[in-house]
Design a protein around this ligand. Structure first.
Ligand code: IMP
Ligand code: MG
Length: 196
């Protein structure tokens, strides 16, 4: 039994649909960057870790990966609008082709901040790939060079996206349809000595 309760989750994007779209994105990126020089995938933690893992394997080019973590002050459903750099890249991106890998662009505040910050480091190019986009919530215009799926304004979980830190490890993108977190009831503790 999964740890989440499928009777309280609507599947918005299934695992096969995610994987097919990511393969297609990888093929386009492979074509666009072929022969371009050094490519760096910058993963925006934590939400993009699964997308990076799958997308990087769908790109048939030599590349490096690096990680950045930003926090938008606030927990739960809402972005506060104030972005703070929590963890910086480990290497310089000067002269490199940078592709920022993001899970979702909602208001655009996070990506707006990131792009402004990264541009000052003089990369050879700076582009964005986002798995999801909620166009109805845009507050800052952000050019998304490669997009997985446009979705309506609903709070989504799974495939890296969390609610209060959890549900990142669901293999699909879903929406909680009940009140509270859609957790399956805890399994009864196994009796002492029951382990083989
Ligand atoms: P933005 O700054 O409003 O564009 O928000 C971007 C960040 O908010 C994302 O990187 C996510 O961490 C978080 N976020 C926005 N919408 C959702 C959602 O539907 N589910 C989970 N996290 C979300
Ligand atoms: Mg994110």
């Amino acid at each position: 039994m999964p740890f989440y309760d499928m009777s309280r989750i609507e599947v918005l994007i299934s695992e096969p649909d995610l994987q097919a779209r990511i393969r297609a994105l990888g093929e386009r990126i492979t074509r666009d960057y072929a022969g371009a020089g050094e490519l760096v995938l910058v993963c925006v933690l934590k939400g993009s870790y699964l997308f990076l893992a799958d997308l990087s394997r769908a790109i048939d080019l030599p590349l490096t990966v690096d990680f950045m973590s930003v926090s938008s002050y606030g927990h739960g459903f809402k972005t506060s609008g104030v972005v703070r750099l929590v963890q910086d890249l480990s290497e310089s991106i000067e002269g490199k082709h940078v592709l920022v890998v993001e899970d979702i662009i909602d208001t655009g505040l996070t990506m707006g901040y990131l792009l402004e910050n990264l541009q000052t480091r003089r990369p050879a190019s700076l582009k964005v790939v986002s798995l999801l986009h909620k166009p109805s919530k845009a507050r800052v215009p952000v050019q998304i060079d490669y997009l997985g799926f446009e979705i309506e304004d609903r709070f989504v979980i799974g495939y890296g996206l969390d609610f209060q830190g959890r549900f990142r490890n669901m293999p699909f993108i879903g929406v909680n349809t009940g009140a509270g977190a859609p957790l399956a009831p805890a399994a009864p503790a196994s009796p002492a000595g029951a382990h083989p």
